[in-house]
Design a protein around this ligand. Sequence first.
Ligand SMILES: C[S@@+](CC[C@H](N)C(=O)[O-])C[C@H]1O[C@@H](n2cnc3c(N)ncnc32)[C@H](O)[C@@H]1O
Length: 286
Amino acid sequence: MEPFTRADRLITGWLTLTKLETGCYHRQMVGTDRRPLTQDSKAPAKVVSTWSGQAREDAVQRMFTSIAGVYDLNNTLLSFGLHYHWKKITASFITPVGRGTALDVGSGTADLALLLESRMGPKGRVIASDLNYAMLAEGLKKIGGKGLTDKITCLQASAEHLGFGDNTFDAVTTGFCMRNVGDLPGAVREIRRVMKPGGRFVCLEFSRPVFGWLRTLYDWYSFKLLPWIGTIVARDHTGVYEYLPASIRAFPDQERLCQVLRDAGFRQVSYKNLSGGIVAIHVATK
Ligand SMILES: C[S@@+](CC[C@H](N)C(=O)[O-])C[C@H]1O[C@@H](n2cnc3c(N)ncnc32)[C@H](O)[C@@H]1O
């Protein structure tokens, strides 16, 4: 039996998918969960990190749409290339299987989905899901460039409403997405729902540096230098590089994120700090 048959049927029925010319599946925004903005859509980017729900989601999506074309380059510049190293370690927490099905939530330009592919076996399947069409379209170029379009499918979907049936995936990853969702506990519950019992969830996210001196240096870099580089070097006018440090500060630290995962019903929750806790990988089992 082909993997995803049940899930594909389910999505087609529920979410009205159309296959666009670029090959990304597109979830039409048909309105059941779309509410009008309640906050000022022109508010400063760092204020967005204090919002929740639909207004936050809309503001964040506007930023990612504007930077999609330069996202990979800026990421490499601003993390000194470290993000590739962090993502490789994240993928290494997923146990290789013979014929598995994996989901990468908030996949963006699909780096983690590409790393997952080889771990799901020659007949495995990976879904790269993201709310943002522009980011996925960039990811699809990379997937196509590696000749993997038959193994990795792009799907436009919210982390809070994934649209798959219960117990669908052997493994789920997410990289730098959870900080952006409007309802973190809701997204974590939704991820757990679509996972098979015993499946592993691996979450890569910015966290709290463990050393005082590193926190001071990091705060200076992220609140002062990063927005400056973003504006002057990367020519960003969306404010995303002001939103970034503010959203990191507002996100649960290592221990609090463990609690969010436990509250959602995950067990065997643990984490590994990388680069002194600038980022952390949380691992949890359904
Ligand atoms: C910082 S990027 C990370 C992309 C990629 N995972 C990586 O590690 O390079 C965050 C991604 O999360 C997506 N995102 C934000 N909120 C989301 C949501 N509620 N549902 C799905 N994706 C979301 C954004 O569109 C964006 O592509």
